[in-house]
Write a protein that binds this ligand. Structure first.
Ligand SMILES: CC(=O)SCCNC(=O)CCNC(=O)[C@H](O)C(C)(C)COP(=O)(O)OP(=O)(O)OC[C@H]1O[C@@H](n2cnc3c(N)ncnc32)[C@H](O)[C@@H]1OP(=O)(O)O
Ligand SMILES: N[C@@H](CCO)C(=O)O
Length: 401
């Protein structure tokens, strides 16, 4: 597989906030060969990176090769057939300009970096593709907030993609998720080591705040039933450490539970790979996103799109629910856009889009091949071919099973 990894200087970039920077750097990777008509843009999720598939990249940990089961030779997004491009989004910390980058004077931007929006991500991707010589895309595909990014393409550049695929996403976040993101940001900014965002020159980083923020996020990515199955109320094994955070004296009397141990472990890994200010910036962008912004409603925002759309949602996902995907499908239908809302039965929760490639792959592969007529693509308007039942959107809330 031909692969490329690079950073492109897009020059002066005007952010939606009205701020600008002189040189927006965008880090990207590409896989496969461009034949003029086979480009697929993949938009990564909140803490993902440009390293979508297995290939020697600098990124580490969970952001490395994050969709390796989906993207590659012979896989659902087949790099023998498609030229796949994935770019790190502005505000992130994997090579694209963000708060941890240097400004033109050689100082770290910190919180002087302009606020970023999903709109900025979409425009930076368009500019990057221009530089790579890619005009119209065969498809734009994204998961989670990357799925919002994909929907934004249908709105902002309605002629530029034949197919749009939005996986585990929505037109906007609901109040419950906005609330959790707000608390997560407070965990970071209340950490004394955050220091108003000025911590880059210091040995002390706001790792406690970032760890708590990620733990709140991680709970959003699981479902009530997957947590029950995975951990129940079990105490962690004897070797489990409970030293990530200070404990209250009574803690010695009570068990350190498996679920706590898991979240502590995940948070420890996360703080090694992600920047606290980037977490603030990117969650702000996700919270702010509203597909209908500038229009009367979602349908009008999508009115100019003339391609086909696939929405993939997961029954156990309460971060971005199947109901929310159904409203986006309805907006496409209102415009007579061929659309399929393919609901995947899954207990896993939001991160099903990352960990259940066997369910995501077939509809995605067949949609990229034949649009809504693709063999494994089902729509909520049709009965389930296996059960004969309708795909009833299910809202799996945090507080109900
Ligand atoms: C585009 C993007 O989204 S890129 C970013 C990737 N995604 C994320 O970061 C989202 C958050 N989700 C995760 O991090 C998940 O771990 C995923 C999606 C990466 C993988 O999910 P799964 O395959 O279900 O793995 P799981 O969540 O069980 O984590 C397994 C790890 O936890 C450890 N673990 C499991 N149970 C426990 C426990 N009770 N105590 C301590 N550690 C535990 C395992 O040993 C394993 O460690 P390893 O990663 O070092 O091998
Ligand atoms: N778990 C993924 C998806 C979040 O929406 C991430 O951390 O990027």
């Amino acid at each position: 597989m031909k692969t490329e990894s690079g950073t492109v200087d897009l020059g002066r970039f005007d952010f939606a906030s009205g701020d600008e920077i002189e040189n927006l750097q965008v880090a990207y990777e590409s896989y496969g060969e461009f034949d003029g008509d086979n480009a697929v843009l993949v938009c990564h999720a909140l803490t993902g990176s440009q390293n979508v598939a297995g290939y020697g990249s600098e990124t580490t940990g969970q952001a490395r090769a994050w969709w390796n089961d989906i993207v590659g030779p012979g896989k659902a997004i087949d790099t023998n057939e498609y030229y796949v491009v994935c770019a790190n989004i502005p505000g992130s910390c994997y090579g694209t300009s963000g708060p941890a980058s240097e400004d033109p004077e050689g100082d770290v931007y910190g919180t002087d970096f302009p606020p970023v929006t999903v709109d900025d991500w979409t425009r930076s991707q368009r500019l990057l593709l221009d530089q790579l010589g890619v005009g119209r895309l065969h498809a734009v595909v994204g998961g989670s907030v990357g799925g919002m990014n994909a929907l934004d393409w249908a709105k902002r550049y309605p002629d530029d993609a034949r197919y749009v695929v939005s996986v585990a996403a929505a037109a906007r976040l609901d109040a419950q998720c906005l609330a959790l993101d707000a608390v997560a940001r407070r965990a970071i900014t209340a950490d004394p080591n955050w220091n108003g965002g000025e911590y880059y020159g210091s040995d002390e980083r706001p790792t406690d705040g970032l760890a708590i923020a990620r733990q709140i996020g991680h709970i959003m990515y699981l479902s009530k039933s997957s947590m029950e199955q995975k951990f129940g109320r079990r105490a962690a094994g004897r070797d489990a450490r409970r030293d990530s955070f200070p404990s209250d004296p009574a803690a010695a009397f009570f068990p350190y539970r498996d679920v706590e141990s898991y979240l502590d472990y995940q948070a420890e890994k996360f703080v090694d790979r992600f920047d606290a200010n980037s977490y603030l910036y990117l969650t702000r962008a996700m919270d702010d996103y509203d597909l209908a912004e500038g229009y009367e409603d979602d349908a009008r925002a999508l009115a100019a799109f003339e391609g086909e759309a696939l929405l993939l949602s997961f029954t156990g996902d309460w971060h971005f629910t199947t109901e929310q995907s159904e409203t986006v499908a309805a907006a496409f239908r209102e415009n007579d856009v061929p659309v399929a809302h393919h609901v995947i039965e899954s207990d896993h929760g939001h991160d099903a889009f990352l960990v259940e490639p066997e369910k995501v792959g077939p509809p995605l592969r067949d949609f990229l091949d034949a649009g809504v007529e693709g063999r494994a693509v089902h729509d909520t308007d049709e009965p389930d071919p296996d059960t004969g039942n309708d795909f009833a959107p299910v809202h799996a809330s945090l507080f109900s099973q």
